[in-house]
Design a protein around this ligand. Structure first.
Ligand code: ZN
Ligand code: ZN
Length: 284
């Protein structure tokens, strides 16, 4: 049977939509303003734009993985359970690295900020993605898997399965989940990741497993005394998907062109996102 891994998200779309419908109903019954139509429509538009860009990007990226796999692979992974477990673990760790870098390097943040730019958090927020990920170079982070000897189709499949899992952690309707909090990324853990409270910023980068955050010191639990406030430090007041997609790229380009000296130019692109905010000595 031939199965195209690129269709994983499309195949799951009905499940995602049903869950969003349930959650919207759940909050409506409780009269909580967790959903807004403009926000959700904007998330849906961003999802379609991201899907289109991704589809196009795989056309270029899969041959690159295939080239690395054919010429430079260190091992040859055979189909099997141990190999699948390895594929999953390696990709989830690489996702952690990618996600952490996306919050600490402005070039990557320019794409990732889209996912964080809503002041709401619900299942539809999972759809809020950037079409600029392929330009930012997200695919480079998965290249080591080809080097390890995983075939390109398996790489695409595991990347998309990881993303599909993450849909379910974007909700305020599920409380903490006991022992699962020690192993998996959960709604509570990911709520913290989307919060802008000082104690929560740049924490909980997990994709599927939270063990990486616990191992590398980036874990912080949700604290009921400090309820999550969602969004980013400098909030963008727009629902326009084009504005949302490009605003940070524009700001970065402007800084790169206008700031004096190569050190400033380098930091404007590869420094942490808050570098610009802290530099009160530079022209605003
Ligand atoms: Zn993030
Ligand atoms: Zn998220």
């Amino acid at each position: 049977m031939h199965f195209d891994p690129e269709l994983i998200l499309l195949a799951l779309a009905p499940v995602f939509l049903l869950c969003i419908g349930w959650e919207a109903w759940y909050w409506r019954r409780r009269q909580q303003p967790i959903y807004s139509l403009t926000d959700t429509v904007s998330n849906a538009a961003l999802a379609l734009m991201h899907q289109g860009a991704d589809k196009l990007a795989w056309l270029f990226v899969i041959p690159v993985y295939a080239w690395i796999y054919t010429h430079y692979r260190i091992f040859t992974m055979r189909p099997g359970w141990v190999e699948f477990l390895l594929l999953f673990l390696v990709q989830d760790l690489l996702y952690y690295v990618f996600h952490r870098a996306s919050h600490r390097v402005r070039w990557l943040w320019a794409a990732h900020v889209v996912h964080h730019s809503s002041t709401r958090l619900n299942l539809s927020t999972a759809f809020r993605q950037s079409l600029m990920y392929p330009v930012a170079g997200m695919w480079l982070f998965w290249a080591p898997m080809a080097l390890l000897g995983f075939p390109p189709r398996q790489i695409v499949a595991i990347v998309l399965l990881n993303l599909a899992f993450q849909f379910f952690v974007h909700t305020q309707a599920i409380p903490r989940l006991g022992w699962l909090e020690y192993v998996f990324n959960t709604p509570s853990i990911h709520r913290v990741h989307h919060a802008r409270n000082p104690r929560y910023i740049d924490r909980n980068y997990a994709g599927v497993l939270v063990i990486w955050d616990r191992l590398f010191g980036s874990f912080v639990p949700e604290n009921e005394a400090d309820p999550c406030e969602y969004g980013i430090v400098e909030q963008i007041h727009s629902h326009n998907p084009v504005t949302l997609t490009f605003h940070e790229w524009r700001a970065m380009l402007r800084d790169f062109l206008l700031l004096p000296g190569w050190k400033n130019k380098w930091m404007a692109v590869f420094g942490p996102p808050e570098w610009r905010r802290r530099r009160t000595d530079l022209p605003s």
